[in-house]
Design a protein around this ligand. Structure first.
Ligand code: F6P
Length: 552
């Protein structure tokens, strides 16, 4: 039943003013705003620094008036009030009746957060202390495997929020890791990941972190059972498995039922959403791999961004501005996607991480009270590191028919500082800046003779294509923490404006339920009843069931 929308964002004065304003500037070219004397003041006007990050958003189809109207929209939608409610531990995740207090996870000792049931910061710091002790023991060789050997391989088993964040951080900061300690991630139920990872591991020196908020997720539990059997097959006695297995969960009961002793379970609160959880004990693999100090620096960077988000005026608030620019293109220019272009391979896992953060949070079509939205919500997030993307899909960004805003992420100094690498890095940055310049300026690559002919047209770039550039001095734990928190808050602000709940994810449940019904039918396709599925699904089940039941 679809009821009348309770709130009409599209009928607010700010929205209407933005529509009018869009029509005023739609035919203008950004190139003209950069021409002449005002050019450098435009950069000053549309750039800011926060938590060690620099954002240049001058290459957007905006004027001072646009920013003013967008911030009016943020005020009309009570972004500051909603932000303060989240900070205060109110149950902003209304459908699950929970707070969303990930900011509490990165606040230093002495800053106290509460949710509906009381103060949470003491437990946060007690867990951090336990994690620190454990990871120091593992890294310094006080925690040994069943046969007395030091741990050399770390394996995180988890999926979604229990995988993407830690995987992205470990990969981004691998330069801060140790040569004799490797980190592996197994997420997919597809056995390929296991089959490829296990041969690289030695069971005597492997420590597994089973990471799952619910401790019931099919993929994680199946992978955890398989790796448990692998230890036993390789001679690790069942009674000694505790030296090779720890758990991270809110569900201590399930974790202990799986066989992990209570002392080896690292808990976190229900009020931590999966995709906002890398700061909690879900980050245990990060701490094990990179050390407690680097994990703490990651938290400190995020906290610095939190403080900026909490206190800066909307007009000079980095997550707010990034969110408003996203709204501008999504809702007023019908941009369906946002491309993330990190100019460093170290951030190659940032786009998939942001896909979950943004699309699982804001891929909603009902408002917080369940009435329908009448405006577009989350864009499709996608991307690859530059310069690889340039040699693949950037053609479409420059000359395609679809408007695709781009977030460029540039890192000024390389993580690996061999003199020869500086040359690579210079070329990398030159490419990054050239791409946003080309998107902005457009131009023609045609020679004078070609200019009038068809080849001239093929070589013309219209430009006026928007981008942001986030600049980081060095990809350190602290800066990465700030960068992730920047996007978390951006997503929150957009949800606040669209009046949706970014903290639930009911959309993934239906597929999970249906797969539970299909699994036994694959074991025995004869159990398929004629009306159990649509004809297409039924025939696919039969096809796969027969293949799987054939002798291999
Ligand atoms: O399927 C979606 C989801 O619920 C994500 O939101 C979550 O991050 C992931 O599954 C993993 O859940 P868990 O940590 O409970 O295993």
């Amino acid at each position: 039943m679809s009821s009348k929308p309770s709130f009409r964002l599209d009928q607010t004065p700010a929205w209407r003013a933005l529509l009018e304003h869009r029509d005023e500037i739609a035919s203008q070219h950004m190139r003209d705003w950069f021409a002449g004397a005002g050019a450098s003041s435009r950069v000053e006007q549309f750039s800011l620094r926060a938590a060690g990050l620099y954002l240049d958003y001058s290459k957007n189809r905006i004027t001072e008036k646009t920013r003013t109207l967008l911030t009016h929209l943020a005020r009309e939608c009570d972004v500051p009030g909603k932000r303060d409610a989240m900070w205060a531990g109110e149950h902003v995740n209304v459908t699950e009746d929970r707070a969303a207090l990930h900011v509490a996870l990165r606040a230093p000792k002495g800053v106290t957060f509460r949710n509906g049931t009381g103060e949470v910061s003491t437990t946060v710091h007690a867990t951090l202390d336990r994690m620190r002790k454990f990871s120091d023991d593992v890294r310094d060789g006080r925690w040994l495997g069943a046969t007395g050997k030091r741990i050399r391989h770390l394996v995180n088993i988890g999926i979604g929020g229990s995988d993407l964040g830690p995987r992205m951080v470990c990969d981004a900061l691998a330069a801060y890791g140790r040569a004799n300690l490797t980190a592996h991630f197994i997420a997919n139920i597809d056995p390929t990941e296991l089959a490829r990872t296990l041969p690289a591991l030695d069971p005597e020196t492997t420590l597994v972190v089973v990471c799952s908020k619910t401790f019931t997720t099919l993929e994680t539990m199946t992978n955890a059972r398989t790796i448990r059997a692998w230890f036993i097959e390789h001679g690790i006695p069942e009674a000694e498995l505790g030296k090779h297995f720890v758990a991270v969960s809110t569900n201590v009961e399930e974790a202990t039922r799986f066989g992990i002793c209570r002392d080896n379970v690292y808990e976190f609160g229900e009020w931590v959403g999966g995709r906002y959880s890398l700061w909690s004990s879900v980050g245990l693999i990060i701490m094990l791999y990179l050390g407690a100090q680097h994990f703490e620096e990651l938290l400190a960077g995020a906290h610095a961004m939190d403080e900026h988000f909490r206190t800066a005026p909307l007009e000079a608030n980095m997550p707010v501005l990034l969110a408003l620019l996203g709204i501008w293109y999504r809702n007023f220019f019908d941009a369906q996607t946002l491309s993330i272009a990190p100019y460093t391979d170290a951030l190659q896992k940032l786009p998939p991480y942001l896909q979950q953060l943004d699309m699982e949070s804001n891929g909603k079509s009902v408002q917080v009270d369940g009435t329908p939205v009448q405006w577009q919500t989350a864009p499709i997030i996608w991307g690859e590191p530059g310069t690889n993307g340039q040699h693949a899909y950037f053609q479409m960004l420059h000359q395609g028919t679809t408007l695709v805003p781009v977030d460029f992420i540039a890192v000024l100094l390389p993580q690996y500082t061999k003199p020869a690498y500086l040359d690579h890095h210079r070329k990398l940055l030159a490419n990054c800046f050239a791409q946003s310049e080309a998107l902005l300026q457009g131009g023609s690559m045609a020679t004078a003779e070609q200019a009038g002919g068809p080849l001239g047209e093929q070589r013309r770039f219209e430009g006026n294509r928007p981008s942001n550039t986030v600049v980081i001095d060095k990809l350190s734990p602290e800066r990465l923490g700030a960068l992730i928190a920047l996007y978390e808050h951006k997503v929150f602000v957009q949800a606040a404006i669209w009046n949706i709940n970014p903290f639930d994810q009911w959309g993934v449940e239906l597929g999970k339920t249906l797969s539970r019904a299909i699994e036994p039918e694959l074991v025995d396709p004869a159990t398929l009843t004629p009306d159990a599925h649509d004809a297409s699904t039924a025939s696919l089940i039969r096809l796969a069931g027969e293949a799987l039941n054939r002798k291999h």
